[in-house]
Design a protein around this ligand. Structure first.
Ligand code: 5AD
Ligand code: SF4
Length: 457
């Protein structure tokens, strides 16, 4: 059987022929996490191979694609609003409209699309994204709608074209899916079970990124520390091998699961000079009772012990985290436990989420849902604590010299350069164009909640 990706390259060529000379544009709207962003980079890669060029102006696009997420919030309403707005453009301009990604794996969403938005041309899921060239070819040839969503775990397809968003930092997906079934989370239902890419494929991709001049790599997966490269090759081995790649200066990874954070990974972080010493360690809740119902499989004490162990073993380690407030049954006492962990760990960064019911997950069926106003009130209290900690932590940077990977000109002030410290803090400073994409020593002179100001030494 012909390799699936070779077949898609043939479709890309066919579509490219049809599109030649037409100066066609595409617009893409990406929701959700870095994994989705990375998928969108592949979607962009395929579209550009087919003769479309990118525009930020949806109204002038001949092809519009939504890459959806369903992890939180009422992203659904937002999406349906945007799709509704596309109807006129489709009628007037013949724009092709494709909707893909996690939300398309949910039956109730696809049903609604059929019923209320029958003008959508292509619907594809998380396991069929690579078939976009084939789908587009059929739309251009036959003009009938395409729906391609499957419920079985997709294979891993290597070699798709990719158009990266950035020239300094690149994301590399190392595994797909999740086996954990935290009771609030939709991911295992829409992304399937864990599948790891081969170490050789990952290392080849990173080597080629290094040769293109990329300096920072973020390894992505829903649960990176259960990466299984086969023959006993683990996440710690991958960290060590990526650390050896010349040209790469910084390695980050998201997200590990605290229950799988074993000593071999801690040792690898210590040994590997390029691995960032800010560790993203999703807490979700500080209450052992809530953690149990969430099916997180660690307690408050185990989480704190893990943090202590890392603080002892890894010099200058700091942490960032994800926290959900208002999980079903969360009492005031449970919430106090969350605040307690936040105080004890002193996170550099906290991604805070209000619990959102997801159809099909066990937590959605729990009867003791927390009232909206209590969720919001707790969220505000957590936010106030986190912000006061950030302010305190920022002060510690003043007067220090930080190694900053320079990413480019600041969007808010093009006279200034912007970059990030190892701990992922944004630093703004005056500098020369040729420093972009280099690591430079910067002295921090002032702090401003979401960024630090610096000066060249
Ligand atoms: N409600 C709120 N937050 C959620 N997350 C995942 N599912 C939900 C949900 N149903 C958060 C978790 C996870 C992050 C990516 O999104 O904190 O770590
Ligand atoms: Fe969702 Fe839990 Fe898997 Fe993370 S580990 S993707 S929160 S089920």
């Amino acid at each position: 059987m012909k390799n699936e990706i070779d077949a898609q390259y043939e479709y890309m060529e066919k579509v490219n022929k049809i599109n030649t000379g037409k100066n066609l544009k595409y617009a893409i709207y990406t929701m959700g996490c870095q994994l989705n962003e990375n998928d969108s980079e592949k979607i962009c890669g395929m579209l550009e191979n087919m003769g479309y060029s990118k525009t930020e102006e949806v109204a002038s696009a001949d092809f519009v694609i939504f890459n959806t997420c369903c992890v939180r919030e009422n992203a659904e309403d937002k999406l349906f609003g945007k799709i509704g707005e596309m109807k006129r453009q489709k009628e007037e301009r013949g724009t092709i409209l494709a909707i893909g990604g996690c939300m398309m794996q949910e039956k109730h969403i696809v049903d609604k699309l059929h019923k209320s938005y029958p003008f959508v041309d292509i619907i594809f899921g998380t396991h069929t994204m690579h078939k976009l060239p084939e789908d587009i070819y059929h739309i251009l040839e036959r003009k009938n709608k395409i729906e391609d969503v499957i419920d079985i775990d997709g294979e891993i397809y290597e070699g798709l074209p990719i158009k990266r968003n950035d020239a300094t930092k690149a994301s590399v997906t190392i595994m797909y899916g999740c086996n954990n079934f935290c009771t609030y989370c939709i991911v295992p239902y829409v992304r399937g079970r864990e599948r790891s890419r081969k170490p050789s494929d990952i290392l080849k991709e990173i080597e080629s990124l290094a040769s293109e001049g990329y300096k920072e790599i973020t390894l992505l997966g829903q649960n990176v520390n259960s990466y299984d490269g086969g023959n006993g090759y683990k996440f710690s081995d991958l960290l060590r091998d990526v650390n050896k790649i010349e040209g790469i200066e910084k390695i980050r990874f998201v997200s590990p699961h605290p229950k799988d954070f074993k000593d071999d990974v801690i040792d690898a972080i210590c040994e590997c000079d390029k691995v960032s010493k800010i560790i993203h360690l999703p807490l979700q809740s500080g209450s052992s009772n809530v953690l149990k119902v969430m099916n997180r499989r660690y307690t408050k004490e185990q989480y704190l012990d893990l943090v202590e162990k890392m603080k002892k073993k890894i010099p200058n380690v700091v942490f960032s985290t994800d926290i959900i407030v208002g999980f079903p049954g969360e009492t005031e006492e449970d919430f106090e436990d969350t605040l307690d962990v936040v105080r004890k760990v002193n996170f550099e960064q906290v991604f805070m989420f209000i619990y959102s019911r997801r159809v099909g997950t066990p937590a959605d069926k729990m009867e003791n849902q927390v009232p909206e106003e209590i969720k919001h009130e707790r969220f505000d209290r957590l936010k106030a604590l986190v912000e006061s900690q950030i302010e305190e932590n920022n002060k510690k940077y003043i007067g220090t010299i930080q190694k900053v990977l320079v990413e480019g000109r600041s969007k808010n002030n093009i006279d200034m350069l912007t970059g990030r410290t190892d701990s992922n803090k944004v630093v703004i400073f005056e500098g020369k164009e040729e420093w972009i994409n280099q690591v430079i020593d910067i002295k921090i002179v002032s702090e401003h909640m979401w960024y630090l100001k610096g000066e060249i030494l």
